[in-house]
Write a protein that binds this ligand. Structure first.
Ligand code: CTP
Ligand code: MG
Length: 232
């Protein structure tokens, strides 16, 4: 059984909107409703767990889950201080039949069925998958004085996106290990890497952006307009 954990328990500080960016409207719908909608429609997903801020529960239930009839959403789970804690809380509530879990940022409303499918297909031959894309610019690793230390070969540098897909057992092990060792990571793949387990990258989509700052909202709206006009 494939479960998607969709994360919406941040505060959206960099968006500077005075409220959680997940509930900002993007083309007539809250950002979170776009993200959940893609997993709701995807026939590869059996169950959705949404991780939220407790004080936003009523808003999420009424204006997102009920309004758009997301009947695959089985639970709204309270998040934690760090993204990692929010994922952990979600993991504690997956169905007992679940063996594969996908973790997705609610702030990535432009993910597609194809990206989800690529992640799940790849997971048939490994334990952990992240989607991502080859970097377009050259990256510099700098020191504290901004002196360039290393310029990695561009071919081997990818940016990561979500979803990331895991065998449930492996992701649970990675989170428990991180708890014991007091490790905090910015994505789940990194937690698995800490166990010495290989994570495979698959192609995501350059359009699968994370809404982080106000300019991302403009970008997302343009992408949606473009999709509607030229691709449907
Ligand atoms: N997230 C979460 N729980 C946290 C922190 C983040 O569920 N404690 C979620 C966010 O809601 C978002 C995703 O993780 O969908 C990616 O995080 P990010 O883009 O950093 O969102 P925020 O933490 O909300 O934004 P900021 O860092 O600007 O405050
Ligand atoms: Mg954050």
């Amino acid at each position: 059984m494939n479960t998607a954990i969709i994360l919406a328990a941040g505060r959206g500080t960099r968006m500077n909107a005075g409220r959680n960016k997940q509930y900002l409207i993007l083309k007539n719908k809250p950002i979170l409703a776009h993200s959940i909608g893609i997993f709701q429609k995807c026939n590869l997903i059996d169950e959705i767990i949404v991780v939220i801020n407790q004080d936003e529960e009523a808003n999420c239930r009424i204006n997102v889950i009920e309004k758009y009839q997301f009947n695959k959403v089985k639970k709204l789970v309270p998040g934690g201080d760090e993204r990692q804690h929010s994922v952990y809380n979600g993991l504690m509530h997956v169905n007992s039949e679940c063996d594969i879990v996908l973790v997705h940022d609610g702030a990535r409303p432009l993910v597609t069925h194809d990206v989800i499918e690529r992640c799940l297909n790849e997971l048939r031959s490994c334990e952990a998958v992240s989607c991502g894309m080859p970097i377009k610019d050259t990256v510099k690793i700098i020191d504290e004085n901004r002196n360039v230390r290393v310029t990695p070969m561009r071919d081997s540098v990818w940016i990561t996106q979500t979803p990331q897909a895991f065998k449930l057992e492996i992701l649970l092990k990675a989170h428990n290990h991180a708890l014991e060792e007091k490790i905090i990571c910015t994505d789940d793949a990194m937690l698995v890497e800490q166990l010495g387990i290989n994570v495979r990258m698959v192609e995501g989509d350059y359009e699968n952006i994370k809404i982080t700052t106000p300019d991302d909202l403009i970008m997302a709206e343009s992408i949606l307009n473009y999709k509607r006009k030229f691709r449907k």
